[in-house]
Design a binder for this molecule. Structure first.
Ligand code: FE
Ligand code: FE
Length: 187
C-alpha cells in the first residue's frame, strides 16, 4: 500500500469530518424529536446549530487550502449513527431511551473529538495556523457538548442527589473518593 504524505492524511481526514458533520445535521433533529427530557431535546437542538457552524468552519478551511470538500463518505460516522437509529425502532420514549440516546450521542462526540484533535495537530505541524485555530474552536464545542451530555445523563439517573441520598446509598460515592479517604487515613 502506498504511504500517504501528512498533507494527504490531513486532507482526507478533513473530508471525512465534513461528511460526518453533514450526517450529524440529518441525525440530530430525529434525536431531538425522540428525546423526552426537555434538557436533552434542547441540547440536541443547540448542537444542531453548532454543527451547522462547524460545517461553515470546514468550508473556510477548504477555501484556505484551495480544495473542494468532495464527496468522501465517513464510514465510521455512518456506523455510529446507524446504531443510534436502531435505538429508535420500536422503543418507547422515556428515561431509558433518553439514556441510550445520550450514550449514542456521546459516541459521536468522542469520534469527533478524536478526529478534530488529529486535524488540528496536523494543521499546526503543516504550518496552517489559521486553519488550526478554526479546527480547535470546533474541538472545544465537541468537548463542551460531551460534558453537557454527561451532566444531563447524571441528572436523569439521579435527579435530586443530595447529601442525604449519599448517606443512604454509600455506593453513590465513587472509588476515587474512597481511595483518597483511605490515603488520608494512612497518612
Ligand atoms: Fe461536530
Ligand atoms: Fe458534535
Amino acid at each position: 500500500m502506498q504511504m500517504q504524505s501528512l498533507d494527504e492524511v490531513y486532507m482526507n481526514k478533513l473530508k471525512d469530518l465534513y461528511d460526518a458533520e453533514n450526517q450529524i445535521v440529518d441525525a440530530l433533529p430525529k434525536m431531538a424529536k425522540a428525546a423526552s427530557s426537555e434538557d436533552l431535546k434542547a441540547a440536541f437542538e443547540k448542537h444542531l446549530e453548532q454543527t451547522k457552524g462547524q460545517i461553515g468552519r470546514l468550508d473556510e478551511v477548504f477555501e484556505m487550502l484551495g480544495v473542494s470538500a468532495g464527496n468522501r463518505q465517513c464510514v465510521g460516522m455512518r456506523g455510529l449513527l446507524e446504531e443510534g437509529e436502531e435505538l429508535l425502532n420500536g422503543q418507547e420514549g422515556g428515561p431509558a431511551l433518553d439514556a441510550a440516546l445520550i450514550a449514542a450521542a456521546q459516541s459521536v462526540e468522542h469520534y469527533e473529538i478524536a478526529g478534530y484533535g488529529s486535524v488540528q495537530t496536523w494543521a499546526r505541524e503543516l504550518g496552517q495556523l489559521e486553519a488550526a485555530d478554526l479546527l480547535e474552536e470546533t474541538l472545544e464545542e465537541e468537548r463542551e457538548t460531551d460534558e453537557s451530555l454527561t451532566e444531563i445523563a447524571e441528572s436523569l439517573v439521579n435527579p435530586d442527589a443530595g447529601a442525604e441520598d449519599i448517606e443512604n446509598n454509600p455506593e453513590l460515592i465513587d472509588d476515587s473518593d474512597e481511595e483518597s479517604v483511605d490515603q488520608a487515613e494512612e497518612a
